[in-house]
Design a binder for this molecule. Structure first.
Ligand SMILES: CC(C)(COP(=O)(O)OP(=O)(O)OC[C@H]1O[C@@H](n2cnc3c(N)ncnc32)[C@H](O)[C@@H]1OP(=O)(O)O)[C@@H](O)C(=O)NCCC(=O)NCCS
Length: 157
């Protein structure tokens, strides 16, 4: 089940982000900033945050997404994570499919996802490719020397 994130979910969502052991402290700060923009601005349209619920209704995973600024009908999947204990159960796929349905509903043109080329993210890249995302660009050494920015896209028109 996918639902909009609520303030009561914040600690659990930050907990699952930390538990993945994928993100640096600075990255977690940025993830929290985006969550705060979303929770603090019910009228803003830049960031939307949804959670996929576990059996008890708590957040098993989450995703931040929004319309890509200054583009016509492109959308960014900014951030997603599934709790380690909930990975491999289709939760991540459920989040991405939900976004795709939402983008189709808005007659969006494409979804863009950016990630890192680090070996640690190999599984993440396989996850996106498996869901039909195509590597469309790569910025060598973007994040740090030897760590490229890998850009995936999927078209909807
Ligand atoms: C990437 C992530 C969101 C995937 O979520 P998940 O719930 O484990 O993925 P799902 O169970 O929905 O898997 C969907 C498909 O992707 C594949 N997949 C998922 N993780 C994979 C991995 N590490 N390696 C290879 N394939 C993988 C699954 O096998 C499945 O394929 P199938 O349809 O052929 O069975 C999750 O592993 C995660 O939070 N990783 C750490 C944080 C991260 O990388 N976030 C993205 C930052 S850019």
């Amino acid at each position: 089940m996918i639902r909009r994130m609520e303030a009561k979910d914040k600690q659990a969502v930050l907990g699952l982000i930390r538990a993945t052991d994928f993100f640096t402290a600075a990255e977690i700060d940025v993830a929290e900033e985006l969550i705060d923009v979303y929770l603090g601005g019910p009228d803003q349209k830049d960031y939307d945050v949804v959670v996929v619920a576990d059996e008890r209704g708590g957040p098993a995973g989450y995703m931040t997404w929004g319309p890509t600024p200054l583009t016509e009908d492109a959308y960014d999947l900014y951030w997603m994570a599934v709790a380690p204990s909930e990975q491999g159960k289709g939760r991540g796929r459920e989040l991405v499919r939900w976004l795709e349905d939402e983008v189709r509903r808005r007659d969006g043109r494409m979804i863009i996802i950016e990630t890192s080329s680090q070996p640690k993210y190999r599984g993440t890249r396989q996850f996106y490719v498996g869901l039909g995302y195509r590597e469309v660009a790569r910025v060598p050494d973007f994040y740090r020397a030897g760590d490229d920015r890998v850009i995936y896209a999927k078209s909807f028109r």
